[in-house]
Design a protein. Structure first.
Length: 271
């Protein structure tokens, strides 16, 4: 099952992940990610492109805050978009490369990529950021999340991924539900690795560490895990090595580098 097939298969029940009653850990994680992604942004009258829009959780958040939006939702999965509240004419099925002609160059203010890069190769990420650089206005912003390559959670997830893939019983049980049992690879990145992928087109402006809970305890004992997360945040400093290792995800704000600045060093080197 490839990425598109997997997300089509789970699309009808995907919004259940946002239910605090049924999935308290995931609900907390997704809502907190939206909080940080949209904090302190002036989005009134701005053009917004949501890459990996899924079932439109970002759209729902923004429309509740702003009313009318100049918003486009892009996703590989037609099923995910069909289960969203995004207006049909603003749903774009495919990759950003597939749909990029929808916008003129230098016409987009904000790109969001929340929970997306994990399911892309490094080459796909680099290509996507080149397209966004071309389509973004001067000073445009990308808000993107990464699965943290140096986190303790990565080691636990990798262990769970291997166990599920080796166990036929687990694979049958989870094949339509859990990404850990799928055959497609996932990408984990450090911040320096990511910066090299998007250089010289984008520059890092801020980082927020997300999710200091651990598999499988965050699903087995969600309330205790969230209390433990609060304790970690109390006793570790944002930006510290300890906080970084204990955080499964990172939310980055990237600012577009002017085209002449992005090409300037290369031009000097070839002169």
């Amino acid at each position: 099952m490839d990425r598109r097939e997997f997300f089509d298969a789970i699309s009808s029940t995907y919004n259940d992940k946002y239910s605090s009653r049924d999935q308290p850990f995931l609900s907390n994680f997704f809502q907190e990610r939206l909080d940080h992604a949209t904090a302190d942004l002036d989005l009134h009258g701005r053009r917004i492109v949501d890459v990996g829009a899924g079932t439109g959780q970002l759209y729902d958040r923004l429309v509740s805050q702003l009313g009318e939006l100049d918003y486009f939702g892009v996703d590989l999965s037609a099923g995910m978009l069909a289960n969203s509240n995004i207006p049909e004419q603003r749903r774009l099925v495919g990759t950003l490369e597939d749909v990029q002609t929808v916008w003129q160059d230098a016409s987009v203010d904000y790109f969001f990529m929340l929970g997306v890069t994990t399911y892309m190769s490094k080459d796909e990420i680099a290509a996507c950021f080149r397209i966004m650089h071309r389509k973004a206005r001067e000073g445009g912003t990308v808000i993107v999340t990464l699965s943290n390559a140096v986190s303790a959670e990565r080691s636990l997830q990798s262990l769970a991924h291997g166990i599920l893939r080796m166990s036929s019983r687990a694979r049958v049980y989870t094949s339509k539900k859990h990404v850990a049992a799928q055959g497609f690879e996932r990408t984990f990145l450090t911040i320096p690795e990511f910066e090299r992928l998007v250089h010289p087109h984008w520059t890092l402006r801020s980082v927020v560490e997300l999710n200091q809970t651990f598999t499988p305890f965050n699903r087995m004992l969600p309330t205790a895990s969230l209390k433990f997360q609060n304790a970690i945040r109390k006793f570790t400093r944002s930006g510290s090595m300890a906080r970084s290792v204990l955080s499964s995800d990172l939310l980055l704000r990237m600012e577009r580098v002017a085209s002449e600045s992005a090409t300037g060093p290369a031009s000097k080197g070839s002169a």
